[in-house]
Design a protein around this ligand. Structure first.
Ligand code: PA5
Length: 448
């Protein structure tokens, strides 16, 4: 079964002729991306990646994952942005909700923890309290090798490992995923002799989940990465032609631009499964960093339903009409529960007896779509047969490709993130880093 894109619940807002009108632009965007002629084309290595990954590469990743599984009870992934959101989203989507709490025999893999995705000392202290008695391995991931958040967390965690095991053994428990030549992490890894995985030069952080950045942690979590790649490859084939009729990926890219041009400048990615929450976080980085520049771009937001129908639902139904929704609809849940009949119907739920909980979830989905449509919110639906490694890979590539095309339609460089540097410059200046002396004076004056 294939993933399907359904825009029937948005057609009242756009009209088929508008898609037709966008065709020439879509063809140009396709040509820019595939012909490596667009802005930032030096970072389009991900376009062909699913078919470039060799069996050898996958074997090496899986072999390292197997070693880690044998060696440790707690695996710490240290990274931020594109260096953690991919693996976190896959593990959350595909593994048991309470994975870390499962007995080891059931997990058959170490507990997975994340660090270095913020600067909270409390979080890191609490994490160390939890892991210090366990056998630990660390995967430190940074493409640039210079990002402050993961570097700081890694310094602290490396120290813990060295105290616990001694320098020699600590080295054998650390894997670095970074650039092949540059960056402080590369220097450190070479000096210490860590096992390393390389991030290709032509793939930026938010497009890197199908490289060792994502694949190693995902494999350590016991998820079949070959299936992820198979899904990504099919997704690549399905979106390979500049054909708006059959290419669901391009339909999505084009329609979100049509809606944006009508003032629908907020897109909410909706899910009805809490395991998709982090997929939403990954998606937000992908689209937010790729399109939010030159004073334009759709604002990507996420909501988790039906949870957020009890909070954001009010705004979506009746607030400012600048929103459209893209709903991830999962056809078949991983687990289902049949609702029992009760003799005394005190909670009034007997009308649901014999039905499943997922049936109720599907009705919530249908009811919400129609209500939001009546409230003036176009709804795009992405139908996913089930949550599996194959469909994870399929979705990742689907959104990456849609993002590249969509950003070229918008007229921005999808592959840079110059705006991310501004806070860093200020932070370094305020911290007194060498080379930022002038900025420091100016900033201290403004903070007075
Ligand atoms: O998309 C990006 O490039 C960024 O958000 C990075 O993923 C993030 O800043 C982490 O960078 P690095 O992997 O260099 O530590």
């Amino acid at each position: 079964k294939k993933i399907r894109f359904d825009y029937s619940k948005a057609i009242d807002f756009i009209g088929e002729h508008e898609l037709e009108n966008m065709k020439p632009m879509m063809e140009i965007a396709h040509e820019l991306l595939h012909g490596k002629k667009g802005a930032g084309s030096e970072y389009t290595g991900w376009v062909e990646l699913p078919k470039m990954i060799s069996t050898e590469e996958l074997k090496d990743i899986k072999a390292t994952a197997e070693e880690i599984k044998k060696k440790c009870d707690a695996f710490i992934v240290v990274g931020i942005g594109g260096s953690y959101l991919g693996s976190k989203s896959a593990i959350e989507m595909l593994n048991h909700h309470f994975y870390n709490f499962l007995p080891k025999e059931k997990r058959k893999a170490p507990q997975i923890y994340f660090a270095g995705h913020h600067i909270s000392s409390t979080y890191l202290t609490h994490l160390m309290e939890i892991i210090k008695e366990k056998d630990i391995c660390i995967n430190v991931i940074s493409k640039s090798g210079t990002t402050t958040e993961p570097a700081l967390a890694f310094r602290v965690l490396k120290n813990l490992l060295e105290k616990k095991y001694g320098k020699e053994e600590a080295r054998r428990r650390i894997i670095a995923t970074t650039d092949k030549k540059k960056g402080a992490l590369k220097t450190l890894a070479d000096e210490e002799g860590y096992k390393t995985f390389e991030i290709p030069d032509d793939i930026g952080g938010r497009f890197s989940v199908l490289t060792p950045v994502g694949l190693l942690p995902i494999s350590v979590a016991g998820i079949e990465i070959s299936e992820i790649i198979r899904g990504a490859k099919d997704s690549m084939m399905d979106s390979n032609e500049a054909d708006l009729q059959n290419n669901y990926c391009y339909q999505y890219a084009v329609i979100r631009n049509i809606l944006f041009n009508k003032g629908k400048n907020i897109e909410m990615l909706v899910n009805y499964e809490p395991s998709l929450q982090f997929f939403g976080e990954w998606w937000k980085q992908l689209f937010g960093e790729s399109e939010g520049k030159d004073l334009k771009g759709i604002f990507p937001a996420t909501v988790n339903f039906s949870t957020d129908l009890h909070s954001m639902g009010q705004y979506i139904q009746q607030g400012m009409r600048s929103i459209f929704e893209t709903v991830l609809r999962v056809e078949k849940p991983i687990k289902d529960i049949v609702i029992d009949e009760e003799e005394q119907d005190l909670d009034g739920l007997n009308y649901l007896a014999g039905k499943t909980m997922d049936f109720v979830n599907q009705k919530a989905f249908e009811g919400t779509i129609l209500a939001h449509l009546d409230g003036g919110v176009p709804n795009l639906i992405i139908d996913i047969p089930e949550l599996s490694p194959y469909y994870y890979g399929y979705l990742v590539y689907y959104f990456e490709k849609a993002c590249g095309i969509s950003a070229y339609l918008l007229g921005v460089n999808p592959f840079d993130q110059p705006g991310v540097e501004d806070y860093k410059r200020n932070m370094f200046a305020l911290l007194g880093k060498q080379g930022y002396e002038e900025e420091r004076e100016a900033l201290l004056n403004r903070l007075k």
